[in-house]
Design a protein around this ligand. Structure first.
Ligand code: NDP
Length: 447
């Protein structure tokens, strides 16, 4: 329940107009809760209908993606692209290929992307896309045929100055390569229509590392504000994909010891510190399950099931797998074991109940919109390099990423303070992200 009857009615309308989409409702509710003091102080956001317009995507594209398996069977998947808000720049946001994908997941991710992209300070609007296709267990040629079919429809709606997708769960360098090849073939355009591209065809150095590194830069800023740091801390990271791997790499460089990682089957604990080269070989090169780790690291343990990872005692937890992976029970287990900071690499990995547990216990909490914005920020830097027809060095990109993450922390922190919620980075990130988009929408009239 909100104090404002206007916000209550708006939330009810969102639920009624988007039934059976609990993840989208969850994402909207969190933002509206944060905006309550803003709306109170600035009624023009209500009278101009900015909030009603923000919760309604500008465009939803939904399409059939037929493709053929290696043994000749025809399979039909469903493709999505939601172009949520273009007030401050072309739509930008990843593509997710995972069997759990449906319209509500893409809507929640696209909605969050609006505020995240605004927080980066770069000119990018919010969008997201994907499919219920599961790349796991498919051959390279099956993945290629799927990607080609997906792009054969998607190309009508995207472009370097229109909408620029990137990777997300299930969409890595391989998928981006196939998607880019098909776009170029159909349109005869060599342009920066996708980010996360390979380095030989317009990709940016540092993009692969950006979300994980950015997460650690943000978390370090959050810790430093309290006189702490990664140095000497134990860290648990869920997932073992793109975000998790590079979060592990940077946290280790900053002096921490990462002791646990997971995949969608289970988790490993290595009290000697995770051997990241082994994880990269298993997950990036061989595309195997994480349990393979214990065959070469006999002192490590493997446990089936994902949620148990939050019972591993640690100082810092970095959820980097998927939405709602930390529920109230997991949050309580983390707090009981003395966690001092939780920072979100994945999108919306903590349930509202979990966030409440962290807040009550005084745990430092870095919300996804702010903490994982380094990926999309570096994607925007890739767009800049493509427009310039130039490539920057790794050091240049990484330095820019570092500055962006520190600015995001400072902006979220000062917005929280300005609206009477010091230390509440959830509210601060939502407010800081909102204000820029809302002011652009006000300036552009009712569109
Ligand atoms: P990847 O596909 O590279 O890795 C995802 C990891 O999470 C894998 O280890 C996967 O395990 C695990 N996982 C996926 N689904 C589940 C599930 N339902 N339960 C438990 N584990 C699961 O994706 P990314 O690393 O790119 O993305 C991870 C998160 O970070 C997502 O929430 C994404 O939206 C977010 N994010 C990603 C960005 C990026 O730049 N890539 C930018 C900002 C946010 P398995 O191998 O078994 O599938």
């Amino acid at each position: 329940m909100f104090k404002s009857s206007y916000l209550n009615e708006l939330m009810e309308r969102v639920i009624a107009r988007n039934p059976h989409e609990p993840e989208f409702h969850q994402a909207v509710r969190e933002v509206l809760e944060s905006l309550e003091p803003v709306v109170e102080q600035s009624p023009e956001y209500v009278t101009s209908g900015v909030l009603e317009r923000l919760v309604e995507p500008e465009r939803i594209i939904k399409f059939r993606v037929p493709w053929t398996t290696d043994d000749g069977k025809v399979v039909v998947n469903r493709g999505f692209r939601i172009q949520f808000n273009s007030a401050i720049g072309p739509y930008k946001g990843g593509l997710r290929f995972h069997p759990s994908v449906y319209e509500g997941i893409i809507k929640f991710l696209g909605f969050e992307q609006i505020f995240k992209n605004s927080l980066t300070g770069l000119p990018i609007g919010g969008g997201k896309g994907g499919s219920d296709f599961d790349p796991k267990g498919k051959s390279d040629s099956e993945v290629m045929r799927f990607c080609q079919s997906y792009m054969t429809e998607l190309f009508k709606y995207v472009g370097a100055d229109v909408d620029v997708p990137a990777g997300d769960i299930g969409v890595g360098a391989r998928e981006i390569g196939y998607l880019y090849g098909q776009y170029k073939r159909i349109t005869n355009l060599y342009e920066g229509v996708l980010t996360g591209k390979g380095l030989t065809y317009g990709g940016s150095l540092g993009r692969k590392q950006a979300t994980g590194y950015g997460l650690c830069y943000f978390t370090q800023a959050m810790l430093e504000a309290k006189g702490s740091s990664f140095d000497g801390k134990t860290v648990v990271i869920s997932g073992s994909g793109n975000v998790a791997i590079y979060a592990c790499e940077k946290a280790t460089t900053l002096g921490a010891k990462v002791i646990a990682m997971s995949d969608s089957n289970g988790y490993i604990v290595d009290n000697n510190g995770i051997d990241l080269d082994a994880i990269k070989e298993i997950k990036e090169v061989k595309r195997q399950r994480i349990k393979e780790y214990i065959t070469t690291h006999p002192t490590a343990t493997y446990t089936e099931g994902c949620s148990g990872i939050w019972t591993v005692k640690c100082d810092i937890a970095l959820p980097c797998a998927t939405q709602n992976e930390i529920n109230e029970e997991s949050a309580k287990a983390l707090v009981k074991n003395g966690v001092s900071a939780v920072s979100e690499g994945a999108n919306m990995p903590s349930t509202p109940e979990a966030i409440a547990v962290f807040r009550e216990a005084g745990v430092l909490f870095g919300p996804a919109k702010a903490a994982n914005a380094g990926g999309v920020a570096t994607s925007a830097l890739e767009m800049t390099q493509n427009s310039e027809r130039l490539s920057w060095t790794f050091e240049e990109v990484d330095a820019k990423l570092h500055t962006i993450m520190i600015n995001i922390y400072n902006n979220a922190s000062s917005a929280a303070e300005r609206y009477g919620m010091p230390g509440n980075l959830v509210a601060g990130a939502n407010i800081a992200g909102f204000l820029k988009v809302a002011d652009a929408m006000l300036a552009q009239g009712v569109v």
